[in-house]
Design a protein around this ligand. Structure first.
Ligand code: PEP
Length: 258
């Protein structure tokens, strides 16, 4: 279960989903950016809704906070009403994009092929990718957790070069734990993280697998983050609900420092 490489810097990322407004965003960014001063042992990222990206980017200037998009189109440009391309994200200075979140897969029906194309086009545009994967409760109960994670990972990363792997972070997010208050136990998460790292090693090589960050996501809070982060293969957290207020997000960042 232990990882020979402890050089992966933890990342705590907030996925705001379709929440907040200008005023609450200003307060949140202000409080988090001043709250993390002197806490450089952990990387921090925000994934705001599209319309707030430029504003959040500006507000995070001069801080170490990474700003990313929650999604992007698999198309380069053209007649795709309502979509946002990776080159648009790049154009406004967004360095990172979340791909394959379970709400995109299960609420909006994104397919494995679409997710594969999104990963490919984002990497081609020079963006960093946070690729989400994870099983539903039914899939876990059917004993298919590993098969589902393997399929999601291998299809999404098909054709990705070893060099481009360095721009990928994975987020294991069991669907049954997202927004439910039911967090995976450290043992459950450890087993999947170890498995996923093994799949990565098979797809690329051991050093690629050992240097890729794998976040855990699903009902992470201040009171469970330290236990989760004590698992050697867990390199941080993707946080939904608890990332919407500094009073719940900052203690998670603090708890991740061990
Ligand atoms: C998420 O949306 O990625 C997530 C993990 O949500 P929550 O922390 O609310 O479970």
């Amino acid at each position: 279960m232990t990882s020979p490489n402890n050089s992966r810097k933890p990342l705590i990322a907030g996925n705001w989903k379709m929440n907040l407004d200008r005023k609450s965003i200003q307060e949140l960014v202000g409080a988090v950016s001043s709250g993390i001063v002197g806490r450089g042992a952990v990387d921090v990222a925000f994934f705001p809704p599209y319309v707030y990206l430029p504003e959040v980017l500006r507000a995070c200037e001069g801080t170490n906070i990474l700003v990313g998009s929650q999604n992007a189109s698999e198309q380069a440009s053209g007649a795709f009403t309502g979509e946002i391309s990776v080159s648009m994200l790049k154009d406004i200075g967004i360095p990172s994009v979340l791909i394959g979140h379970s709400e995109r897969r299960h609420v909006y029906g994104e397919t494995l092929e679409q997710i594969h194309r999104k990963v490919a086009i984002a990497l081609e545009a020079g963006l960093q990718v946070v690729l989400c994967l994870g099983e539903t409760l039914q899939e876990r109960e059917d004993g298919r957790t590993e098969a589902v994670c393997r399929e999601q990972l291998s299809t999404a990363l098909e054709g990705v070069s070893r060099v481009d792997l360095t721009r990928i972070t994975l987020a294991y997010e069991p669907v049954w734990a997202i927004g439910t208050g039911v967090v995976a136990t450290p043992e459950q998460a450890a087993a999947v993280h170890l498995y996923v790292r093994g799949v990565l090693a098979g797809l690329f090589d051991d050093s690629g697998a050992q240097s890729t960050r794998i976040l855990y996501g699903g009902s992470v809070k201040a009171d469970n983050v330290t236990d989760l982060m004590s698992v050697p293969d867990i390199d941080g957290a993707l946080v939904g609900g608890a990332s919407l207020a500094a009073k719940s997000f900052l203690p998670i960042i603090e708890g991740a420092q061990g």
